[in-house]
Design a protein around this ligand. Structure first.
Ligand SMILES: Cc1cc2nc3c(=O)[nH]c(=O)nc-3n(C[C@H](O)[C@H](O)[C@H](O)COP(=O)(O)O)c2cc1C
Length: 198
């Protein structure tokens, strides 16, 4: 089996995270920047944007999320929500993935024939970039899980870190040392998944 497929198999959602990662913040940033740069985008539009949150900033994000969720969550289930969010805060950091909507709009104007496709391609570029980053960090024995508290946190996040108004938040990748591995994963039957014609 190729090392690439092994890397894909090893990338899992890790929820029990700690702060003692084998790489430091600068090393993590360097890898993520390379991966983002090498991840393809439609028309090479390079719409992906990433914010690195470590230490106080990482904790602030999960405080913001708790405050945003509180009025939306039934009181009796809020303690379990808090527990879940604490699990994210226990990690070393969070990577915020954005897409620059100004670039998407510019492409729509420039290529009206594909206008409807550009927002879709932007989503696809963000998703593939997220999994590339997730897999690259997993290769370095750094665990991660992918969260989507957007759009409820968008406004507070933009205010806290002065995010440009054209940057649209797409996902939050929580990263850290692997305290417990992922459970075994189930796979659907391949016969229902693939078709070959010759
Ligand atoms: C597009 C996408 C959205 C996801 N959203 C969430 C999420 O909001 N919260 C979460 O805990 N996991 C989320 N996940 C993780 C999936 O639940 C997980 O990848 C899937 O169950 C397979 O498990 P694995 O990551 O361990 O292989 C998401 C994954 C993808 C690809």
């Amino acid at each position: 089996m190729t090392t690439f497929i092994n890397s894909l198999k090893n990338r899992r959602s890790i929820y029990h995270l700690g702060k003692e990662t084998p790489l430091n913040e600068e090393q993590i940033e360097d890898i993520v920047k390379e991966v983002v740069k090498e991840s393809p985008t439609a028309f090479n539009s390079q719409t992906q944007r990433v914010i690195f949150l470590f230490n106080d900033a990482h904790h602030k994000l999960w405080d913001i999320t708790e405050s945003a969720l509180k009025p939306l969550t039934p009181t009796e289930v809020f303690p379990s929500t808090q527990e879940k969010l604490k699990g994210f805060a226990d990690g070393k950091g969070t990577l915020l993935f954005f897409e620059d909507t100004d670039i998407v709009k510019g492409l729509q104007e420039q290529f009206p024939l594909y206008a409807d496709n550009f927002p879709v391609w932007s989503e696809q570029a963000s998703g593939l970039t997220q999994t590339n980053v997730w897999t690259a960090l997993s290769d370095e024995n750094i665990g991660a899980n992918l969260q989507h508290y957007n759009p409820i946190i968008d406004e507070a996040v933009a205010k806290e870190w002065s995010i440009p108004s054209s940057w649209k938040l797409k996902a939050q990748l929580v990263i850290g040392s692997i305290k417990s591995p992922a459970l075994e994963k189930e796979y659907m039957d391949s016969t229902n998944r693939f078709k070959t014609f010759k």
